[in-house]
Design a protein around this ligand. Sequence first.
Ligand code: NDP
Length: 449
Amino acid sequence: MLTNEYLKRVYETVLTRNPGESEFHQAVLEVLESLEPVVENHPEYEKNGIMERFVEPERFIQFSVPWVDDNGRVRVNRGFRVQFNSAIGPYKGGLRFHPSVTASVIKFLGFEQTLKNSLTTLPMGGGKGGSDFDPKGKSDGEVMRFCQSFMNELYKHIGQFTDIPAGDIGVGAREVGYLFGQYKRLTGTFQGGTITGKGIPFGGSLARTQATGYGLCYFAEEALKCMRNDSFAGKIVVVSGSGNVATYAAEKCTQLGGKVVAMCDSNGYIYDANGVDLKKVMDIKQRRRARIKVYADEVPGSEYHEGCHGIWNVKCDIALPCATQNEMDLEGAKALIANGCMGVFEGANMPLTPDAIAAVQEAGLLYSPGKASNAGGVATSGLEMTQNSMRLSWSFEEVDQRLQGIMNNIFHAAYDASVEVGKPGDLMVGANVAGFLKVASAMLAQGVV
Ligand code: NDP
């Protein structure tokens, strides 16, 4: 609940200007609530309209994406790019291809991205984009034609010094390859630093594929050590999702001594008391592009349950929600708490509903918001841009080591900020404050632009 009059007015304007955009409203409200103590200590923010400008995208682009399917039928999807805030660097953020993508989803993601990118300490502003196109069930040819049509418009708005897209839900190595190929063709130049998440042979960074999931576990390991004198070793872990973030989070926490017993896709979840066989999951999801249900058909002793919501009923010590926004509601949070879970670290963006966050925090669980604990992906995209500019490629170990350093720093920045505003250990408030202060000071320095 907002109490500061200035922030109340700012939030009212967000509601009026963006009617019905519930995900965007949710993300803004959470951040504004966290920033109340900071705004009260900085009257210059109101004088300079910092908060009004911070919640208003600098640019919002919507376009049609016509393409032809394998039967020769013309299809039309909707494409988006939000260039949210460029105070500390060029816009940077992924592209999401999923039927649930709307202007609201893209704005919430772009808004969160501004704070996340600030936390990485790298010079990147906030952006995000995508389409309501569903790559699931489409042939490679259809995906390629869609990506080419999408880029026919997007290329006008991006560039290594303006806006650098990457992957997100539904946009993996295949899609990034097609997008980059069309960008190269349209511009007649090879500008590696304009898109990240590229394949290794054409300027991608080693460890970028693993970075978000690995980074999440590095962050969680540091939080467990500093706040509980504990670690992943011997812990039972539930990871939702079975895409990029979930897969590599499961891999790293297993390497750190945890045991992953449940994972899901958008249809349902698997439970394997012996520990999920990740190679099998990767084979099913990445190579065969099949449903996770197949796992239970092929691994004796494992179970499949229809619907993903039930995954939070699986007893665990640590939960890593790595699928999508609002995937854990109050009921899910209560189930985790009742089963003695000690920590929830977000791999996805905004996977907990506000009442789920309140419940886990009230129950004393460790909790980290995605903008802090999943920042390893964009941080490593930043490292990919650095390597592209230097015309060099670092080894996997070098990138991974830098990633670990960045995640440790993000944890400490969020923790220290939580102490400074009188909410020690509240990593949500800490991350919002630490991310915001840097952006706000850059905005102040640059004048009203
Ligand atoms: P992927 O497309 O690789 O995987 C998404 C996974 O989540 C899939 O298993 C998918 O199931 C599942 N999923 C999608 N929608 C739903 C739903 N409504 N209910 C249940 N499960 C669902 O995406 P990523 O792993 O890249 O992204 C996952 C999350 O992490 C997103 O919130 C994204 O914004 C965030 N993120 C990603 C980063 C990255 O580097 N990729 C960086 C930072 C954050 P199915 O197979 O059925 O589609």
